[in-house]
Ligand binder design. Structure first.
Ligand code: HPA
Ligand code: ZN
Length: 348
């Protein structure tokens, strides 16, 4: 047993930063920093609607999910070649290494690129090479999760899956993202059933802006293994009981939630209530280039804003990140042993 009470609260930020951790909810297109957007625009001869890096960054004032997605899809328009996808993911991995991320599961949105005429193979090969190099050079274990855009039709998702199948060995699972309101998980029942039959791991965004009923249908209809966000689950006590009993992981993204006005500020975030209810929540950065912080910033700022969260909860969310990751059990246990050592050392 780790004596959490022996860890001084003022040591918590340093411990959160240096402890090993997994990131399971990062949209790689959301890691595209304005500087890299401009560099790629120039390299590829793409015209941007903003005159400068500063002007683009100044436009990052969002009122809801859709207001963010409009700018996020515009930013991704500079990605055309395999090396562009590589450079974007490599920039993320360098930051991830600095945050002591040892496991990363990266979402990517192929439809955002194929709709612009970019071949899906270009997207997947570029990202896959960055994952391989992250493992070799940075010691980060990384895999890709292909996301379907829920504002598009299920036919489009099925066609995307078909186009991705020649690259089946380069992604471990599928997810569901983009505009949640009015696009319930049920809309994608057939494509998720197909993915399940193919042995792909399944996740979906639900209960970010959408109602708790979308969390329930993501579990019951799509049969997902993790819920991305899921913060609105707390509105349904029966659902909370189920999520706790089944230990369904929630990939919570606090800075994203504040930027997209799901919560007024970090001190209003419901992470303490989620953990108190016994839910398997962990923290993630979602779209760090747009939301003002990578994983360590999410951890440090959230624990700073919520005094009810201490070393015990810090350990719990980091441990949850490993338990919820899509890797063999022995691998999880090795990382959890490292985590235990970091906390035991901090306890003195
Ligand atoms: N929600 C839904 N779709 C997304 C998000 C998100 O937070 N980030 C990128 N695509
Ligand atoms: Zn997301």
């Amino acid at each position: 047993m780790i004596p959490f009470d022996a860890i001084p609260r003022d040591q918590l930020p340093a411990l959160l930063r240096t402890a090993p951790k997994a990131e399971l909810h990062i949209h790689i297109e959301g890691s595209l920093e304005p500087e890299l957007i401009f560099k790629l625009a120039q390299r590829n001869g793409v015209k941007l609607d903003y005159p400068s890096v500063e002007a683009l960054r100044a436009a990052y004032a969002f009122t809801d999910l859709q207001s963010f997605l409009d700018i996020y899809y515009a930013g991704a328009s500079v990605l055309l070649k395999e090396e562009d996808f590589f450079d974007m993911a490599w920039a993320y991995f360098e930051r991830a290494a600095a945050d002591n991320i040892v496991r990363a599961e990266l979402f990517f949105d192929p439809q955002t690129h194929t709709a612009r005429g970019v071949d899906i193979g270009v997207v997947i090969r570029g990202l896959h090479h960055a994952c391989q190099r992250a493992h070799q050079e940075l010691g980060i274990s990384a895999d890709l999760i292909l996301c379907f855009l829920r504002h598009l039709s299920e036919e489009d998702a099925l066609a995307t899956l078909e186009a991705a199948l020649p690259y089946r060995q380069y992604f471990i699972g599928v997810g569901l993202d983009s505009s949640e309101r009015d696009h319930p998980p049920e809309k994608f029942a057939r494509v998720f059933a197909k993915c399940r039959a193919l042995g792909l791991r399944l996740v979906a965004h639900a209960g970010e802006e959408g109602p708790p009923a979308y969390v329930t249908s993501a579990l019951d209809v799509l049969k997902v293994e993790r819920i991305d966000h899921g913060v609105r689950s707390l509105e349904d006590p029966e659902l909370v009981k189920r999520l706790a009993k089944e230990r369904v992981p929630l990939t919570v993204c606090p800075l994203s939630n504040v930027k997209l006005c799901v919560f007024k500020d970090l001190s209003q975030h419901n992470l303490p209530a989620l953990l108190d209810a016994g839910l398997a929540a962990m923290l993630n950065s979602d779209d760090p280039a747009y939301f003002g912080g990578y994983l360590n910033e999410n951890l440090v700022q959230t624990f700073e804003a919520l005094p009810q969260l201490g070393p015990r909860q810090a350990y719990q969310v980091l441990r949850n990140s490993f338990e919820a990751s899509f890797v063999p059990d022995e691998r999880k246990q090795a990382w959890i042993a490292q985590l235990d050592r970091a906390f035991a050392e901090a306890a003195g």
